[in-house]
Design a binder for this molecule. Structure first.
Ligand code: SF4
Length: 381
């Protein structure tokens, strides 16, 4: 058995920057959850449908997806199938759940959900079953690795020289389909630029110095990682002495406030991780310096029937007006009936932009330019 940490393409966002992350993560169990199992079941159903040329509605019961089977999964899988099939042409070849040898010298392998070889183009399609974080195609190292792996493993099958590699994210539950097109030369260069980082991660040992940053977010070692703590403590102790703008020493400048503002999400995430981890420890055993105390007492209705009867006796109506369900709940119930919210309710449901969000100038979203008279109102809502 190998002594090297396993380098998975899905964790490449971490190990391309922090080479020690994979080996440190080995000390923590790779637990699964309902969302991950849901995704695995959806992939199994999608593979079955693509391999057998059927729609999701025709997939029969199976051990691989029965636990999560239902209208939501069938619709998610069908949208993926429709998209993959829309990319097929009479001359294309489809590979389903294709094992890829990405960088075998560093034991980096992967499985692409679907690959289409078509003339001088390779298409790599990745189904994402999540409905939480929106997955992007830009700067997505997992997709680049799959693109490279497909190019390296399958180019010989193409009737023409592969010139383009298109990588797609298909995330039906977020209505998200995004893609990125590389020239074959760009992917070769990208891999050349990152091969050394892969080698470092492959050779890393747990005592090596870690490199913290935004990529720590999903690292299994994040709760106890010393370097991440140092990084965040240094961030929290931001040194303003370098700021040379003359200003009142007792007042933060606008630049300093922006510097603090931009660090808040990282600090908040770290503090929540520490809070959760320490609570888990204290749940398991007595932690020196901490104790549990009773939570804030809250009143609760123990006998609703009696409360209603007594209140009506004194002339008070205890029941509130019926309240319309939220859109998510309506959507769930409509889907359970095999219907679609958009066709059933049409313009009765409209999409309304929420409050503008203040982010770094480097964020890829286009700048929001409101009509001047609307802006104060929107922020005040
Ligand atoms: S928490 Fe961050 S710095 Fe620490 S090992 Fe993981 S990725 Fe590296």
């Amino acid at each position: 058995m190998s002594n090297h940490a396993k380098l998975s393409p899905s964790a490449s966002e971490r190990w391309l920057v922090c080479s020690v992350a994979p080996v440190r993560e080995e000390a923590f169990p790779d637990t699964t959850n309902d969302a991950a199992e849901w995704g695995t079941a959806a992939h199994a159903m999608a593979e079955h449908c693509l391999t057998n040329g059927i729609d999701a509605a025709l997939a029969s019961a199976s051990y691989f997806w029965d636990k999560y089977d239902g209208p939501e999964m069938r619709e998610c899988v069908q949208r993926y199938l429709d998209f993959v099939r829309s990319k097929l042409t009479p001359t294309s070849t489809l590979f389903v759940e294709q094992r890829l040898s990405i960088l075998p010298e560093f034991e980096i392998f992967g499985t692409a959900d679907a690959i289409i070889v078509d003339g001088h183009t390779l298409r790599v399609l990745d189904l994402k079953g999540g409905k939480g974080v929106l997955v992007e195609a830009d700067d997505n190292s997992q997709l680049s690795l799959y693109g490279w792996g497909a190019l390296d493993s399958l180019a010989w099958l193409a009737s023409e020289d592969i010139q383009f590699v298109e990588v797609y994210i298909v995330q039906p539950r977020r209505e998200n389909i995004v893609s990125k097109t590389f020239t074959a030369a760009e992917l070769v260069t990208w891999m050349d630029d990152n091969r050394e980082a892969a080698r470092r991660a492959y050779a890393a040992v747990a005592g090596d110095v870690a490199t913290p940053g935004a990529h720590c977010r999903w690292c299994r070692a994040r709760n106890t990682c010393r370097e991440r703590a140092d990084y965040n403590m240094a961030t929290a102790g931001f040194d303003f002495s370098d700021e040379c703008t003359p200003h009142d020493p007792n007042q933060l400048t606008e630049e300093q406030l922006v510097a603090i503002f931009l660090r808040l999400p990282t600090l908040e995430k770290w503090m929540k991780d520490i809070e959760g981890h320490v609570a888990t420890l204290a749940h398991d055993h007595k932690v020196h310096g901490l104790k549990w105390v009773a939570g804030r007492a809250m009143r609760k209705i123990a006998d609703p029937v009696r409360v209603c009867t007594v209140l009506r006796e004194v002339g008070i109506e205890p029941m509130a007006e019926p309240k319309l369900l939220g859109i998510t709940e309506i959507e769930r119930l409509v889907k359970e009936k095999g219907l679609k919210v958009s066709t059933l309710l049409g313009k009765a449901i409209e999409v309304v932009a929420s409050k503008p969000v203040l982010v770094s100038e480097e964020d890829k979203r286009p700048e929001y330019v409101p009509a001047a008279h609307d802006f104060a109102e929107e922020l005040a809502q």
